[in-house]
Design a protein around this ligand. Structure first.
Ligand code: SF4
Length: 403
């Protein structure tokens, strides 16, 4: 696995999950149910955890949501799910946390947006939230978002910039203001009495180049752990690609201690998709392994049958279905690589690089499929039972090497 020279940060405990320091990058997610709907929120939290989310954030936007939190925690614990729940607060967090001590106790972390803690009594409201965090021994995330940036601070900084002989662009001033807002809030929280290792920062934007720029700036200012993600990433392929290309360069630079992929699901779509994408980003960068990876060629005119595509999909599905068992019984199996290749051009070469590979016959090639195990020719399959025979070899390899 690659470590990419992780940026130095302090470790923050969110429940029993450690974020920052030398701890693995944490995948987290957020529900999109009405938090006051205990049944659907509990169900979705469980789905997200089963997909691999190590923290789950829920919006806490009113009294009903705040009152639901202890019951949600009880429900998921009754199902054997032990995951820290993070509360997302805007505008009224100081009131909800003060009026609902059960909610304040049950949450493992409070997310505060300094641009959304009020206008008139901003610092007083912020102070109240920090005092609740201190008295409950909870960490906070100071999450700045450029869509809700502290307008007073931004105006001040724009005015100062305008007086310079060589002023920065408006965009650069916005990034500076985001970082300053996060840092100023963190300093204020520490002045109130919150420990240094109880603070996580984020500064989210929705454009990829901006994300890279603002996080490079933020990461240079402190050793607080950083929550990384592209906000409002979008729908489907756009959201997945934008998130991957946005956060990957930062992860390679060692920036980012916890990640969240903010996808817009299709109506009725699977919320856990954001967890699978986050894990795949970490696995593609070889930062962490979660399940064996199937290498498959894209196919071309040299293999016109759909058999090769179906087999690649079949093996991928088989691995995913087996992982709940394999993860427990065969530690280290998540590092395994499997190749399913379409013809002789790259098939044998790629198969030899994988732990197990099969090179299927392309058009006009002899109808035989050589199998390679740890770089050596193992056997040659042909005929109708080929896929099942390959699975048998795969199972045996796992038992022998990871059992
Ligand atoms: S391995 Fe063969 S079938 Fe697959 S993309 Fe390459 S040439 Fe085409």
């Amino acid at each position: 696995m690659n470590s990419w020279n992780r940026r130095k940060s302090v470790a923050v405990a969110v429940g029993d999950v450690l974020i920052g320091g030398d701890n693995p990058v944490v995948v987290q997610s957020m529900t999109n149910t009405d938090t006051a709907d205990i049944e659907s929120t509990s169900t979705q939290i469980i789905e997200l955890v089963e997909a691999g989310s190590k923290l789950v954030r829920v919006t806490v936007n009113n009294n009903a949501a705040a009152k639901a939190i202890p019951e949600i925690l009880s429900r998921i614990q009754a199902e054997g799910i032990d995951v820290p729940i993070v509360g997302d607060f805007h505008y009224n967090g100081h009131i909800l946390l003060t009026d609902n001590p059960g909610c304040a106790r049950s949450l493992a972390k409070y997310r505060i947006n300094p641009g959304n803690v009020g206008t008139k009594h901003r610092d007083t409201n912020f102070q109240k939230i920090i005092e609740v965090a201190i008295s409950n021994n909870k960490p906070i995330r100071i999450g700045v978002n450029w869509g809700s940036l502290d307008q007073r601070l931004l105006t001040e900084m724009m005015d100062e910039n305008a007086k310079l002989t060589d002023p920065k662009s408006d965009r650069e001033v916005i990034f500076d203001a985001m970082v300053k807002s996060a840092m100023r809030s963190a300093e204020l929280a520490e002045e109130i009495g919150l420990a240094h290792n109880m603070i996580i920062l984020s500064a989210k934007v929705s454009e990829v180049p901006d994300l890279i720029q603002v996080y490079r700036l933020l990461s240079s200012q402190s050793d607080y752990p950083l929550h990384l993600g592209l906000t409002e990433a979008g729908i489907g392929i756009k959201g997945i690609v934008a998130t991957a290309v946005g956060i990957s360069p930062l992860l390679i630079e060692g920036i980012g201690d916890t990640i969240r992929v903010s996808l817009t699901p299709k109506p009725g779509g699977d919320r856990a998709e954001e967890v699978r994408v986050a894990r795949q980003i970490l696995q593609s960068l070889k930062i962490q392994s979660f399940e064996p990876q199937v290498t498959a060629c894209p196919g071309c005119g040299r293999t016109t049958s759909t058999f090769f595509q179906e087999m690649a999909q079949d093996i991928q599905t088989y691995i995913q279905d087996q992982m709940p068992i394999w993860r427990n019984d065969f530690p280290g199996v998540e590092e395994m690589t499997v190749a399913v290749m379409g013809c002789v051009v790259n098939g044998p070469g790629e198969s030899k690089h994988a732990n197990i590979g099969i090179s299927l016959p392309g058009t006009f090639e002899e109808p035989k499929a050589p199998i390679y195990v740890d770089g050596k020719h193992h056997s040659t399959l042909q005929g109708e039972g080929l896929v099942e025979e390959f699975k048998t070899i795969l199972d045996k390899y796992i038992r022998t090497n990871y059992g």
